[in-house]
Design a protein around this ligand. Structure first.
Ligand SMILES: NC(=O)c1ccc[n+]([C@@H]2O[C@H](COP(=O)([O-])OP(=O)(O)OC[C@H]3O[C@@H](n4cnc5c(N)ncnc54)[C@H](O)[C@@H]3O)[C@@H](O)[C@H]2O)c1
Ligand SMILES: O=c1ccn([C@@H]2O[C@H](COP(=O)(O)OP(=O)(O)O[C@H]3O[C@H](CO)[C@@H](O)[C@H](O)[C@H]3O)[C@@H](O)[C@H]2O)c(=O)[nH]1
Length: 498
C-alpha cells in the first residue's frame, strides 16, 4: 500500500519505518527542512533502539523516502497519517495548529479518495474538525471528492517503540459507519494485518471513543504512578518499604505489577501534556476530573522530592559540594528530555550552590540544549554544570550521587566503586535501582524513594518506632555529614532542629 506520514518525529518516523518494513511504500513528510536533510543523508534525528537499522534498510530498498514536498506527499499515499506534534498551550490545552495545517494541506492537494488517519494525540472532536477543514479546502478548490477521517491513536513507548509497533497490545481504530468510513476501515485492516496477531489486536469503535481511549490510557497509567509516589512518600514517613508494598499489591491480578514503580515523577512528552489536556477538555465540557488534577499536582511535587532529600541532607546549602547526576533523559533508552525530572533537579542543585557533573549514555546533547534553555538567564549556574562520558568519571570526588534515570549502566554501581571514587559514598536513588540494604551493609548510604529509612532500621535491627515518634513535627533539617543522616537519623523522620 502507498502511505504518507505527515510529521517525522518519534511517532511518524517509527510508524513510517515500520510500515515500510512490512512491505508498504512510505513517504515521510516533515516541515523541518533540517530534519529531512539529516534523514536523507542517512542520519537519525532521535535515538530509538532498532530504528536506525530499519530506516536504513528500507531507504536502501526503495520503500521509504523523506521529503518536505507537501504536494507530492498528498499525491503519494492512499492513506495519509497525521503524526505531527500536539504540544501543550500555556493553559494546558492541546495546540492543534500543526494538525490543522496538515489537514488543510491534504484537502488542498488531494485528487482522489483519501483516508486521513489521525495518529497524533488529540482531544475528542478533533477528527470532526479535521474533516471540516479538509471539506472546506476541497470546496475552496472546486473539488468534489470523498474522504474519511479515522482516529488511530498511537500507544508506543519511547525506548521500545519499534517493538510496540510490531507487536502491539492493541490497535484502536475509530471510524465512521458510512461508506467512506467502511472503506477506510477496510484499508486500515489490510495495512495492520501483519501485526494484528490472531486477528485479535484491532479494536474498532466510533471516532470519539477512539480519541478518548488514548487519553484514558495515559491518564490511567499516570494515576498509578502518582498513587505509588504518594504512597512512597508516606512509606518514608512510616518506615515502610514501597518496593515490598509494590510486590505485595502487584501480585493481585486485579492490580498487576506494571507502572507501579515509585520514583522521581513521570516525565516525557505524553503523560504531563495529556493529563493536562484531558483536564482542560473536562473543564470546557463543564465538568471536572478531580482525580486527574490531583495526579498532576502530585507529579509536580514528586519532581521536587529527590532535590528535597539532597537539600535536607546538606542543610539546604550545596556550596562547595560536587553532586554527580546519573541519567538525564526522562526514561532509559531514549534521548528525549521533554519534561524530564532531571531538568528541575539539576537546576535546583545548581541554584543551591552545587557543582554538578552529569552523565547520560545518549541524551547528553539534548540535555545540554534543554538545560541551556531552562537556565538561559543564569549563565553563572551553567558554568557549574559539566558532562562526562562515563558514569565512573561523574563519581570522582563527588559528595553525593543522584540517580534520576534507571539506565542499565547504573545497575552495577558497587559499594567498592562508590567508596573508592567518591568523597562521601552517598547515593540518592530516584528510581530505586540499587539495593539499599546491601549497600548499607557495605558502608554506603543509599536513600531511595519510599524506602530510605528501612535500611537503617534493618541495619540496627531496630523495632518499628512508636506512633508518637511519627507525629514529630517536621522542622528545618539540620546539616549532617554522616551518610546515615540522609537515611533519616535514628528515628524515622529526618533529624530536626529547634
Ligand atoms: N512521542 C511518543 O512517544 C508518542 C507516543 C504516542 C503518541 N504521541 C503523540 O504523537 C504526536 C507526535 O508526537 P512526537 O513525539 O512524534 O512529536 P515530535 O515533535 O517528535 O514530531 C512531530 C514532527 O512533526 C513535524 N511537523 C509539524 N507540523 C508539520 C506539518 N504541518 N507538516 C509536516 N510536518 C510537520 C515537526 O517538524 C516534527 O518533526 C503527538 O500528538 C504526541 O502526543 C507521541
Ligand atoms: O512505573 C512507572 C512507569 C513509568 N514511570 C515514568 O513515567 C514516564 C513515562 O514512561 P513510559 O510510559 O514508559 O514512557 P512514554 O514513552 O512517555 O510512553 C507513554 O506515553 C506515550 C505517549 O502517549 C504512550 O504512547 C505510551 O503508551 C505511554 O506508556 C517516565 O518518566 C517514567 O520514568 C514511572 O515513574 N513509574
Amino acid at each position: 500500500m502507498k502511505v504518507t506520514i505527515v510529521g517525522t518525529g518519534y511517532v511518524g518516523l517509527v510508524t513510517g519505518a515500520c510500515l515500510a518494513e512490512l512491505g508498504n511504500d512510505v513517504f515521510c513528510l516533515d516541515s523541518d527542512a533540517d530534519k529531512v536533510a539529516l534523514l536523507q543523508a542517512g542520519g537519525m534525528p532521535i535515538y530509538e533502539p532498532g530504528l536506525q537499522e530499519i530506516v536504513q534498510r528500507n531507504v536502501e530498498e526503495g520503500r521509504l523516502l523523506f521529503s518536505s514536498d507537501v504536494k507530492a506527499s498528498v499525491a503519494f499515499g492512499d492513506v495519509q497519517f497525521i503524526a505531527v506534534g500536539t504540544p501543550p498551550r500555556d493553559d494546558g490545552s492541546a495546540d492543534l495548529s500543526c494538525v490543522f495545517d496538515a489537514a488543510r494541506a491534504i484537502g488542498r492537494h488531494m485528487d482522489r479518495f483519501r483516508v486521513v488517519v489521525q495518529k497524533s494525540t488529540v482531544p475528542v472532536g478533533t477528527a470532526e474538525q479535521v474533516a471540516r477543514l479538509v471539506r472546506a479546502e476541497l470546496q475552496a478548490h472546486g473539488k468534489d471528492l470523498d474522504f474519511s477521517v479515522v482516529s488511530n491513536p498511537e500507544f508506543l513507548k519511547e525506548g521500545a517503540a519499534v517493538q510496540d509497533f510490531m507487536a502491539p497490545d492493541r490497535i484502536v481504530v475509530g471510524a465512521d459507519d458510512d461508506l467512506p468510513g467502511r472503506r477506510a476501515l477496510a484499508l486500515l485492516r489490510q495495512l495492520y494485518a501483519p501485526v494484528n496477531r490472531n486477528q485479535e489486536r484491532l479494536r474498532v469503535m466510533d471516532v470519539r471513543s477512539a480519541e478518548l481511549t488514548k487519553y484514558a490510557a495515559n491518564a490511567m497509567l499516570a494515576t498509578r504512578i502518582s498513587f505509588m509516589n504518594e504512597l512512597a512518600n508516606l512509606a518514608d514517613c512510616l518506615g515502610a518499604d514501597i518496593e515490598l508494598v509494590r510486590q505485595g499489591i502487584g501480585s493481585d491480578p486485579r492490580i498487576g505489577y506494571s507502572f507501579l514503580q515509585a520514583g522521581a515523577g513521570y516525565g516525557g512528552s505524553c503523560f504531563p501534556k495529556d493529563v493536562d489536556a484531558l483536564c482542560r477538555t473536562a473543564q470546557s465540557s463543564g465538568t471536572r476530573l478531580a482525580v486527574l488534577e490531583a495526579v498532576q499536582s502530585a507529579n509536580l511535587r514528586q519532581k521536587q522530592v529527590l532535590l528535597d532529600k539532597v537539600l535536607a541532607h546538606f542543610g539546604g546549602d550545596l556550596r562547595g559540594r560536587t553532586i554527580a547526576v546519573l541519567g538525564l533523559a526522562f526514561k532509559p533508552d531514549t534521548d528525549d528530555m521533554r519534561e524530564a525530572p532531571s531538568r528541575a533537579l539539576v537546576a535546583g542543585l545548581l541554584r543551591a550552590g552545587a557543582r554538578v557533573v552529569a552523565h547520560d549514555p545518549v541524551a547528553r546533547e539534548q540535555a545540554q540544549r534543554a538545560l541551556e534553555h531552562d537556565l538561559a538567564g543564569e549563565p553563572q549556574l551553567l558554568a557549574q554544570l559539566g558532562y562526562v562520558e562515563r558514569p565512573t568519571s561523574a563519581l570522582e570526588g563527588a559528595d553525593a550521587v543522584v540517580i534520576v534515570t534507571e539506565w542499565r549502566h547504573y545497575r552495577t554501581l558497587s559499594a567498592s566503586l562508590l567508596k573508592r571514587s567518591m568523597r562521601t559514598p552517598l547515593v540518592f536513588d530516584g528510581r530505586n535501582l540499587l539495593d539499599p540494604h546491601q549497600l548499607a551493609s557495605q558502608g554506603v548510604a543509599c536513600v531511595g524513594i519510599g524506602r530510605s529509612n528501612l535500611s537503617l532500621l534493618r541495619e540496627a535491627d531496630a523495632p518499628t518506632p512508636p506512633a508518637r515518634q511519627l507525629a514529630l513535627p517536621k522542622k528545618k533539617v539540620r546539616a549532617e555529614s554522616a551518610p546515615q543522616a540522609a537515611l533519616g537519623g535514628p528515628g524515622v523522620l529526618p533529624v530536626a532542629t529547634g
